[in-house]
Design a protein around this ligand. Structure first.
Ligand code: NAP
Length: 470
């Protein structure tokens, strides 16, 4: 495929090969953009903004709603591309396309609700004759940078709110998964978006990222990815708005009074869905001593039933990791945990880019598989007696995105809700629960700001005050 700059599909001699992570087969190529291409895309977005900011609310609603309808019609095509370039199974890919359709639909609905309010200018001596209000205006060019793991829905979470509020966009999708983002770009053009309003530049983040991040014409960088790149971007961005959706090592608590018939399958899904490459995936699993043995037995047994294989096979429940090097990374982290006393209850086997669903126990808190973000199909079990102590242990993490607690007791639930430092806590669900219109984001190294359409629109607009002196 080609990249989208200035309303045109642009090619370059230098190519990036997009390969299926399961068997390394070539899916497609995209141009490897240069920094000059990125600068040209920003120039185009500056020109595009002159048009997008003039679109009426109705025009913005219609463009987004039509884009969502077109995506719905092409669900299968999008799902096939998504599960070829990425590591999601075809069933996971269909689910993501459905979610992305909802995300764009909600963006179109939220465009209708970008409100201001009247202000009491007559509330001060000498100001009695003044009347006024504020409304929210789009800030300009939004630079969006997205990761590989939800290559469509996370792009929708940037383009939806940016375009719903009248901004223009330069998007840099992850190098390994650029294809569905480009396909979404095609739909926006088909739906009538001013062509320069959306620019999609394919290229390596460490080569062309700076040209986007440091450019003063870009008014906001909205980034989803790992903390390493996130911190580098924050340091370089200068005076512009920043949205950071970063990683985590999410914790889930299973109390003695939990319904294990719900908790076990939910924890299996939360730990191994998308081969564990999920920012809110279950990584640290704290189970009360009284039910630990029963939970462990059922959890290991259920995990062993997972069908691991190629993404396009309808029977596959877990696909490969995004690359062999990522699978080798997690293999070495598990080896480190074992060398520190950790036990492998199941899994711990790698074949190419496939890493078998892996459950560990007896791992020290300092091991990488506990303290860092695993971003792999690996989960660590802990036994506990005292909820207060577990909350303290969970809060010892440098991250804080989501957490979960399984309990039938309202007091336990509230202790966790009020005690755990995270952006979202799920009761009788794992950390891996989200609907796309809720405020989503984390504390500490998990990020800054919130997404979820309405909240992202707020970040991508500013209030303009209007005052009449009568
Ligand atoms: P990543 O390596 O940080 O890459 C994310 C994006 O940043 C890619 O497009 C990458 O480009 C680009 N990039 C890398 N270095 C850059 C630089 N110096 N300047 C500008 N852009 C740069 O993350 P990933 O491996 O794709 O994704 C996994 C991470 O994303 C995990 O940590 C996960 O938790 C996080 N995540 C967070 C959320 C959330 O909402 N909180 C959701 C999903 C994922 P290249 O592809 O060219 O390297």
């Amino acid at each position: 495929m080609k990249m989208l700059i200035g309303g045109k599909w642009v090619d370059r001699e230098n190519k990036i090969e997009v390969r299926n992570p399961y068997d390394n087969s070539l899916v497609d190529t995209v141009p490897a953009a240069s920094s000059q291409d990125m600068k040209d895309a920003i120039t185009s977005a500056v020109e595009g903004f002159r048009e997008t900011k003039k679109l009426s609310t109705l025009e913005r609603i219609n463009i987004l709603a039509k884009t969502a309808r077109l995506m719905e019609q092409r669900l299968e095509d999008f799902a096939k591309t998504l599960s070829s370039e990425g590591s999601k199974t075809i069933r996971e890919a269909r689910f993501e396309v459905g979610r992305a359709t909802t995300t764009i639909t909600v963006a179109s609905e939220e465009a209708r609700r970008i409100n201001g309010e009247t202000l009491p200018f007559d509330s001060r001596d000498g100001s009695i004759n003044r009347r006024g209000y504020y409304y929210r205006f789009p800030i300009g060019v939004i630079g969006a940078i997205t990761p590989f793991n939800d290559p469509l829905n996370l792009v929708a979470h940037k383009l939806g709110p940016a375009l719903a509020s009248g901004n223009s966009v330069v998007l840099k999708p992850a190098t390994v998964t650029p294809l569905v983002a480009l396909k979404l770009g095609e739909l926006f053009l088909e739906a009538g978006l001013p062509p320069k309003g959306l620019n999609i530049v394919t290229g390596y983040g460490n080569e062309i990222g700076d040209a986007l991040v440091t450019d003063d014409r870009v008014r906001m960088i909205t980034f989803t990815g790992g903390p390493e790149a996130g911190l580098e971007i924050v340091k370089k961005a200068g005076l512009k708005k920043i949205g950071m959706e970063l990683g985590s090592n999410s914790a889930v608590i299973v109390m003695a009074d939990a319904d294990l018939n719900r908790a076990v399958p939910s924890c299996v899904d939360g730990a191994f869905g998308c081969a564990g490459q999920n920012c809110i995936g279950v990584q640290r699993l704290f189970v009360h001593t009284r039910v630990y043995d029963e939970f462990q037995e059922k959890f290991v047994a259920k995990t062993k039933t997972l069908v691991v294989g190629p993404q396009h096979d309808e029977k596959t429940e877990m696909g490969p990791m995004i690359s062999e090097s990522e699978a080798k990374r997690i293999e070495s982290w598990v080896q480190e945990a074992v060398s520190q006393g950790g036990k492998i209850l199941t899994g711990g086997i790698r074949e190419g880019s496939v890493y078998q669903p892996t459950i560990l126990a007896d791992v020290p808190l300092s091991a990488k598989v506990v303290a860092e973000e695993v971003f792999a199909p690996v989960v660590v079990l802990f036994k506990f007696d005292d909820l207060s102590q577990v909350i303290e242990t969970i809060n010892g993490s440098k991250y804080g995105l989501h957490a979960g607690i399984f309990t039938q007791n309202i007091n336990n639930a509230f202790q966790a809700i009020e005690g755990i430092d995270v952006g979202g806590i799920m009761v009788n669900d794992t950390s891996d629960y989200r609907i796309d219109q809720m405020p989503f984001g984390g504390v500490k190294l998990s990020g800054l700001g919130r997404e979820g359409l309405r909240y992202a629109i707020y970040e991508m607009t500013e209030p303009k005050v209007v005052c009449f002196n009568l």
